[in-house]
Design a protein around this ligand. Structure first.
Ligand SMILES: [Mg+2]
Length: 368
């Protein structure tokens, strides 16, 4: 086994840790988080801190303990298990895996995801074996939350080979990953920006994993980002041209261009938070997370600390940042005191190896 399996483990552990690290602070502001933690900020896993006057949907989180996880890890784990079970991508089985997790717990699940999964559940309960196109249709301005990007790491990892060739990393040539993410997003989120933001993160994870070593050079990372911007422009033009011609500034491609400029000019943590926003809307959440990753591409702790301390959708933002930095530094680059905080964190390590083995088997069919 070569060292690339560590990147699979790192990306999945990044989601697990990010979800858990951010869960206690979901919906809180930057200021109120630092008021509670003191000047050291986030250094470990806390009890849920939401107050009684926090939004009603966060009140259920109070039943959780330090180290517990929510929807971000649940849905990512479901994706991994489905790939392993099917030895590849199978949308119908993936939907069943998500439904299984939804029955286990709905703590932290977003309204759009829940509504989408209920539609799928009803359809399947009628005995249909294939998901109809009508369930996967995209519409304007409905469901633009980050429920797609939070669960996208398995699809990215399983498709890293698409970017082994340099010209695919940097040029923006469309790849089959676009189609996979389009289907995964359409399952629950009608607004194409939720899917396209998720694609941007998936593209970056897959590209990073395609390298043999940790990518430390900012210039290389910005070139990867530029390639992803070209891919996103292609999706916007080809998947929903009419829609995107109406909302130039609200396209995800506009956010990616802004991130590139911001990183070149040395943007601070405070500026990332205020310029891109930290809410659960994908245009904010995915952009904030990519920018935070690019500020700390090799420092897992600094990146996740910053993601949570920014406030807003802390668990999902930190999970996305974790999936990116973890893919870059690998499992060994994640602080032991976080990765081994509780015994059940090892699930991410085990699934990372199984997913890697599945990926290898698919691409070497002559071997068992
Ligand atoms: Mg969550």
């Amino acid at each position: 086994m070569n060292q690339k399996h560590r990147r699979f483990q790192g990306s999945l552990m990044g989601v697990r840790i990010g979800d858990t690290l951010g869960m206690p602070w979901e919906s809180m502001s930057h200021e109120s988080i630092l008021e509670a933690t003191g000047p050291l900020g986030i250094t470990t896993f806390w009890n849920p801190q939401q107050r009684n006057d926090a939004p009603p949907w966060t009140q259920g989180l109070k039943s959780l303990n330090p180290g517990d996880y929510t929807d971000d890890w649940q849905m990512t784990r479901a994706g991994v298990k489905s790939y392993i079970h099917c030895s590849g991508f199978d949308l119908h089985h993936l939907a069943l895996s998500y439904l299984e997790e939804m029955e286990l717990s709905r703590l932290g699940w977003g309204g759009t995801t829940l509504a989408g999964m209920e539609r799928v559940k009803n359809w399947m309960s009628e005995g249909h074996s294939n998901l109809p196109v009508s369930l996967l249709s995209h519409q304007l301005d409905t469901g633009s939350g980050n429920g797609v990007v939070m669960r996208i790491a398995p699809m990215a990892l399983m498709n890293y080979r698409l970017y082994l060739e340099k010209r695919h990393r940097f040029s923006g040539i469309p790849t089959p990953l676009q189609h996979v993410i389009w289907e995964v997003g359409g399952l629950t989120h009608p607004d194409p920006r939720a899917t396209i933001g998720a694609f941007a993160v998936a593209s970056l994870i897959a590209k990073i994993v395609s390298f043999d070593n940790v990518v430390t050079d900012q210039k290389t990372l910005l070139c990867l980002l530029d390639g992803t911007l070209q891919e996103v422009l292609f999706m916007e033009e080809n998947k929903c041209r009419t829609f995107f011609s109406q909302i130039q500034a609200e396209r995800f491609s506009s956010r990616l261009a802004q991130i590139s400029q911001a990183i070149i000019s040395g943007i601070s943590a405070d500026e990332v938070r205020t310029q891109f926003g930290t809410s659960s809307v994908t245009l904010e959440s995915a952009a904030f997370s990519i920018a935070t990753f690019l500020r700390h591409p090799t420092d897992f702790k600094a990146a996740l600390k910053e993601a949570v301390e920014a406030g807003g959708d802390t668990d999902t933002n930190a999970a996305i940042v974790g999936s990116l930095v973890g893919a870059n530094v690998g499992l060994h680059g994640i602080p032991k005191e976080w990765a081994a905080f509780r015994e059940d964190f090892a699930e991410a390590e085990r699934l990372g190896v199984s997913l890697w083995t599945t990926c290898q088997r698919i691409h070497q069919p002559h071997r068992r």
